[in-house]
Design a protein around this ligand. Structure first.
Ligand code: ADP
Ligand code: ASP
Ligand code: MG
Length: 408
């Protein structure tokens, strides 16, 4: 008998029929003698609907109130799934994040899990009950409802698996695993049987929303066995996130391509080129709690230079406000900015031992006339910022360039 945590995403619980389908799958696992904790997301589209509703009433919704509201999406699906399980003759009980006591910090809309009280869940499991937990939500020590950021139900699943030392955490979604690129962008992308934890961490942080980045971080930290599978297929093995690099000699150099349209670019022109200037610009940005991603500083000319960086689009307006003050202070000439950009990245642990990967990617993009605005690299990834309108083209071109459509 094993303890399994299963997480079902929005599409997988998007209608009463699909919820009944999830209940049937869970019933099959119970019939094999396993203990089950099932984490569910809100029904497909519901979280977006609730956020839009809030914005109809308040242009920048109050974060505390927004959390009170968007957490209701998951509260509906836990109860529906518990009912569907009862209809199958299975004992089941639903829990909101607060009822479990998934304690988080108080960073509303992007809270981090601090601890999980396993007492009630454990008692239910021991009574032969399936425990259904609302994804994406927690509660602060002071009793405030919080949410964990978009896609946060993945993190709830992995965190529960870590806390209760589950045998495996299975993320059921609308694709049957992790692919070499988003299959909606690249139709001939291939499913990966395994992917290293390190690569998955990069892909998730660079925009592959199949797993929320924090869920991958959690899995790494607590060594949770994590698998991505389809909720619409019965026998697939999905993709296993592994901790060991494969021992096979001939591993592909690139494992996957990711893209992300969530960023905006800001350039400050005519900045005095003197020590401390990067700090004078980015210090106030950091103080405003805005994360900076890529940074580029040009070579100076006549005592002046240009300084560019990217931030999340949600922080774009706030960053520009902060920079107007900075600009006056440091006497820079001008600020130019735009949010019609995208970041496209190639990821693979094989890059460590292969030269020429970046230049091959740049050539492939150049042949399609795609201009590169910014570049950043690490040991296992190369990212470029390009005009948003070329996102899909760039992903396809890079996928082809590294033969990712060919069987490994
Ligand atoms: P859920 O609602 O189940 O959490 P998500 O929409 O959050 O599902 O994540 C699944 C989606 O992630 C897929 O439908 C797919 O379009 C997208 N995706 C992006 N990159 C990848 C990738 N490399 N492999 C698989 N799916 C990907
Ligand atoms: N319902 C939340 C969202 O849409 C959480 C999740 O689905 O993981 O972001
Ligand atoms: Mg998701």
């Amino acid at each position: 008998m094993a303890l399994i945590v299963q997480k079902y995403g929005g599409t997988s619980v998007g209608s009463p029929e699909r919820i009944k389908n999830v209940a049937r799958r869970v019933a099959q696992w119970c019939a094999r003698g396993h203990q089950l904790i099932v984490v569910v997301s809100a029904m497909a589209g519901e979280t977006n609907r609730l956020i839009a509703l809030a914005k109809d009433v308040q242009s920048e919704p109050d974060p505390r109130e927004l959390d009170v509201m968007v957490s209701t999406g998951e509260q509906v699906t836990i109860a529906l799934l518990a009912m569907a399980l009862m209809e199958q003759g299975i004992k089941a009980r639903s829990y909101t994040g607060a009822q479990v006591k998934i304690v988080t910090d108080n960073a509303h809309t992007k809270a981090r899990i601090i601890s999980i009280d396993e007492k009630n869940i454990r008692a239910d499991l021991d009574k032969g009950c399936v425990v259904v937990v609302a994804g994406f939500q927690g509660v602060t020590d002071a009793g405030e409802i919080t949410t964990l950021g978009r896609g946060g139900s993945d993190t709830t699943g992995v965190a529960l698996a870590a806390a209760l030392k589950a045998t495996e955490c299975q993320i059921y979604t609308d694709v049957d695993g992790v692919y070499t690129a988003d299959p909606r962008i690249v139709p001939d992308a291939r499913r990966l049987k395994t992917i290293t934890f390190e690569e998955m961490l990069e892909l998730a942080s660079l925009g592959s929303k199949v797993l929320q980045i924090r869920s991958v971080e959690f899995a790494g930290k607590y060594k949770v066995r994590l698998r991505v599978l389809s909720s619409f297929e019965d026998h697939g093995e999905g993709t296993l996130i592994t901790f060991e690099e494969s021992e096979k000699m001939e591993e592909p150099v690139i494992s996957g391509i990711a893209s992300n349209r969530d960023e905006a670019k800001i350039t400050i022109l005519g900045v005095p080129d003197r020590p401390g200037i990067a700090y004078q610009i980015l210090g106030p940005i950091g103080d405003a709690n805005i994360d900076v991603d890529m940074i580029v500083q040009n070579v100076g000319h006549d005592g002046l230079t240009d300084f560019s960086f990217t931030v999340n689009r949600n922080d774009f307006k706030k960053a520009l406000e902060v920079l107007q003050l900075v600009r006056n202070h440091i006497k820079a000439r001008e600020i130019v900015s735009g949010d019609k950009i995208a970041k496209v990245s190639i990821v693979g642990v094989g890059m460590r031992s292969h030269a020429g990967i970046a230049s091959a990617a740049f050539r492939a993009l150049a042949e399609e006339g795609i201009n590169i605005q910014m570049i950043s690299t690490s040991e296992i990834k190369v990212s470029v910022v390009i005009d948003e309108k070329y996102t899909e083209l760039a992903v396809r071109v890079l996928h082809k360039c590294f033969n990712l459509d060919q069987p490994a």
